[in-house]
Design a protein around this ligand. Structure first.
Ligand SMILES: [Zn+2]
Length: 177
């Protein structure tokens, strides 16, 4: 997935934090949680820097630990345990916002990418739809595949929600004046 992660993360994070928004408005914590959610939605793909600069495209970047569900599920468990020990609701919500978005990223990558959901038990790549290598530049294989419509749909959906939210916020400011 190329352009769908951030819009999907935006939509998911809005849903996840809906309760906080209505309870607290757009306060500092809410903004931090939201920022972490958006960061989580693209975080695994930061491994592309390693892929191009250090690994020199020797291995599929979906095979790195940054794209392994077992790593993130482990991190999730540890962060929730630490939150419980410290009785920190802030840390718990921050962890949920960040790592649920990472897991959503991996789920969306499974549509046409390859994710090792059962690693370390098996290194089998799980993918819903295989993309045929038709073009010289591999990016075209994905952009011209029907699944790219899903990405465009996510982008349009998130843009529509964003515009509605902005309009509502504008009306609220106008009403307060
Ligand atoms: Zn990815």
């Amino acid at each position: 997935m190329f352009i769908g992660h951030l819009p999907a993360g935006y939509l998911w994070t809005r849903l996840l934090l809906r309760r906080y928004e209505s309870a607290n408005g757009a306060n500092h914590h809410y903004r931090c949680y939201f920022g972490l959610g958006l960061l989580g939605s693209v975080l695994p793909d930061l491994d592309l820097v390693y892929f191009y600069v250090i690994d020199r495209q020797q291995h599929l970047h979906h095979g790195y630990w940054t794209h392994l569900p077992v790593f993130w599920l482990g991190a999730f468990s540890v962060s929730l345990a630490v939150s419980g020990l410290l009785r920190s609701r802030v840390l718990a919500v921050a962890s949920i916002a960040l790592i649920s978005n990472v897991l959503l990223h991996l789920l969306l990558d499974t549509v046409v990418g390859k994710i090792r959901w059962l690693y370390p038990w098996t290194a089998t790549d799980f993918v819903l739809f295989e993309v045929a290598a038709k073009y010289d530049w591999w990016v075209w294989n994905f952009v011209l595949h029907w699944s790219f419509l899903l990405e465009l749909g996510l982008l349009a959906w998130a843009a529509a929600v964003l515009v509605t939210v902005r309009k509502k916020a504008g009306h609220a400011v106008d009403g307060a004046q």
